[in-house]
Design a protein around this ligand. Structure first.
Ligand SMILES: *Cc1c(COP(=O)(O)O)cnc(C)c1O
Length: 413
C-alpha cells in the first residue's frame, strides 16, 4: 500500500507534479492524492475493497508478479487506489519525501519504522518525554531482539552529540513531548546525527506536516498517528511513516514482511479527514491558545504547558521552528491532591474523558508523568491535567473549566 516515487506520476494526474511543487499547503490538502486514474473523477478517492485480484491468464499473472507492485493491483495486502491515494497525499505534504507507508495505528507505524532501521547490537536514543507505548516497544520488544535503548533529556539539544556511542544507530524525537510538551531542538539534534551518519525519526503527530514539515527539516522518517488529526473524527485508527529515497525501500520491505496493511474503509476516512485538516487545525490551535491563556489567569493553576507560552520548556524553539500550534496541551494545578483533581474532572460536562485526541470533541484527562520518567524527573506544584481542545465554542469550554476549578478549590485544592 506504500505509495511509489513522486516522479512516477502520470499524465492522468489531477495536478501535474510540476504544478504541485508550487502550490500552497491549503491547496495541496484539497488536490493531494486525487489521481484521476484512481478516482475516475469521483471527488474524494472512493473505497476499493479487495483481497483477491483476478488475472486473465497465467501469462498475465506471471507478468504482473515480475513487475514492481507500486500502484499496481496485485493482491489486497499491497493495497488498492484507496490506500495509495492517502499515502500519496501524505507524501505530497512533506516536501523532499519519497513515499509513505500506511499502518493500522500510530503505534504500528512507530514499531515498523524502528524495525526498518535497527538491527541486533544497535542502540536507540529515545527522549524521556516519548509517548509511553513507544517506550514500551523499545524496552520490551526491541530489547528482546538485542537492541538497547538509552533515554535522553528532551531538552538536550546539541548536547545529544555527547550521548552518541559506538553502537548508536537511530535517534528518535517527539516534539512537543507526550504529556509534558517539552519542545525539542530538532535542527540541532538532526545536525549532530548527520555528522555521525545516524538515522533520525520523529513522531510528528502533534504538529503534523502543516506546522512542522519534518523531511524538509532533515528528519529521515516522520511518523503520524493519523488516528488524531488526519482522521479527525475519533472514528478510525490509522498511522503513517513518510520517508526519503534513502530509507524508503527498507521501510517498505520491512512493512511488507510484517504484513502491514490498512483497510480501504479506514484509508478512505483518512483521505476524507485530510481535506479539512488545515481548517480544523487552525481552529483547534486558536481555541487552545485562548483557553491556555485564560488558565494562566486562574490562581488554581500553577503552570500551563502550551508550547507557545513561556511556561513551557522550549517555547523559544517552538517560536523559531513551528508554523503553528495544534489543540493539545496540559496544565499543572497549584497544590491540591488527586481528590481535588478528580472533583474537577468528574464534574466536567463538555470535556469527555478518554484516550486519544485530535477529534472534534474536547477531552480532559489526568496525567502523571512521574511514574514514567527515567532520565529526568518531573517536578510539579500539584496534579496535572491534559486538555484536547475540540471545535466547541471557547466560551462554553471556559465556563466548564471554571466550574471545574471551583470544585478543585472547594475540595481544598
Ligand atoms: C496516540 C499517539 C500515538 C499512537 O497512535 P495510535 O493510533 O493510538 O496507535 C503515537 N504518538 C503520539 C504522540 C500519540 O499521541
Amino acid at each position: 500500500m506504500g505509495c511509489g516515487p513522486r516522479h512516477a506520476q502520470t499524465d492522468g494526474d489531477h495536478v501535474s507534479s510540476e504544478h504541485a511543487k508550487n502550490i500552497e499547503t491549503a491547496t495541496r490538502l484539497v488536490t493531494a492524492g486525487r489521481r484521476k486514474e484512481w478516482t475516475q473523477g469521483i471527488v474524494n478517492p472512493p473505497v476499493w475493497r479487495a483481497s483477491t485480484i483476478l488475472y486473465d491468464s497465467v501469462a498475465d499473472m506471471r507478468a504482473n508478479a515480475a513487475r514492481d507492485t507500486h500502484h499496481r493491483l496485485f493482491y489486497g495486502r499491497r493495497g488498492t487506489p484507496t490506500q495509495w491515494a492517502l499515502a500519496d497525499a501524505l507524501t505530497e505534504l512533506e516536501p523532499g519525501a519519497e513515499a509513505t507507508f500506511l499502518y493500522p495505528s500510530g503505534v504500528a507505524a512507530i514499531s515498523a519504522a524502528l524495525l526498518s532501521v535497527l538491527s541486533p547490537g544497535d542502540e536507540l536514543l529515545l527522549p524521556d518525554s516519548v509517548y509511553d507505548p513507544t517506550r514500551g516497544f523499545a524496552t520490551g520488544m526491541l530489547k528482546r531482539f538485542g537492541i538497547e535503548t538509552r533515554f535522553y533529556d528532551p531538552l538536550i539539544g546539541a548536547g545529544i552529540a555527547d550521548m552518541i556511542g559506538e553502537n548508536t544507530r537511530a535517534i528518535f524525537m517527539e516534539s512537543p513531548g507526550s504529556l509534558t510538551f517539552e519542545v525539542q531542538d530538532i535542527p540541532a539534534i538532526v545536525a549532530a546525527a548527520k555528522a555521525r551518519g545516524i538515522v533520525t525519526l520523529l513522531d510528528n503527530t502533534w504538529a503534523t506536516p502543516l506546522y512542522f514539515p519534518a523531511i524538509e527539516k532533515g528528519i529521515d522518517l516522520t511518523i503520524l498517528a493519523c488516528t488524531k488529526y488526519v482522521v479527525g473524527h475519533s472514528d478510525a485508527m490509522l498511522g503513517s511513516v513518510t520517508t526519503t529515497a534513502q530509507y524508503w525501500h527498507q521501510l517498505r520491505s520491512t512493512s511488507f514482511a510484517l504484513g502491514q496493511v490498512v483497510s480501504a474503509d479506514d484509508a478512505y476516512l483518512g483521505s476524507r479527514g485530510l481535506r479539512t485538516m488545515g481548517v480544523r487545525l487552525a481552529h483547534h490551535g486558536k481555541s487552545a491558545l485562548e483557553i491556555a491563556q485564560w488558565l494562566k489567569t486562574r490562581p488554581e493553576v500553577a503552570r500551563v504547558l502550551h508550547p507557545a507560552l513561556d511556561d513551557c520548556p522550549g517555547s523559544d524553539i517552538f517560536h523559531r521552528d513551528f508554523k503553528g500550534a495544534s489543540g493539545l496541551f496540559a496544565f499543572v494545578l497549584n497544590g491540591g491532591d488527586d481528590a481535588g483533581r478528580v472533583a474537577l474532572l468528574d464534574g466536567l460536562e463538555l470535556f469527555g474523558m478518554g484516550y486519544s485526541w485530535g477529534g472534534f470533541e474536547s477531552l480532559a484527562t489526568p496525567m502523571d508523568p512521574d511514574r514514567i520518567r527515567t532520565a529526568t524527573t518531573w517536578q510539579a506544584e500539584g496534579p496535572a491535567i491534559r486538555l484536547q481542545i475540540g471545535l466547541e465554542d471557547t466560551g462554553d469550554l471556559i465556563a466548564d473549566l471554571a466550574a471545574g476549578l471551583d470544585r478543585f478549590a472547594a475540595a481544598g485544592g
